[in-house]
Write a protein that binds this ligand. Sequence first.
Ligand code: FES
Length: 102
Amino acid sequence: MPRFVKLATLEELPVGSAKEVEFEGRVYAIYNVEGVISAIDGICPHQGGPLAEGTVEGTTVTCPWHGWQFEIRTGKTPLGSKIKQAVYEVKVEGHDVLVAVP
Ligand code: FES
C-alpha cells in the first residue's frame, strides 16, 4: 500500500525545475512542469543516469548521460513498450509535495 510522504516543498520546486530526492533507498526525480508536479524513478534504467538532472522539454526528460527519453507523467519512452519508468502519484498539500512511495 503506497503511503504519501513529504519529499519536497513547492519553494524547492519552482516552475521549470527538478529535484532529486533519496528516500528509503530509492531515488526520486520530481519535476514541476508548468505548475504540475510529477515524480518518477530518478535512476535511468539504461546505466543509472540521474534523471532529475536531465533536460526537460514539454513533459519529456532526456537523460543527461546518453539521451534516453521518458515521458514524465507516464514513464513511457520512445524506445519501446518493454521499458517503462516507474511513476509515483503526487499530492500537494499546502506547500508540501507528497509522493506516494511504494
Ligand atoms: S544512463 Fe540514461 S541514457 Fe544511459
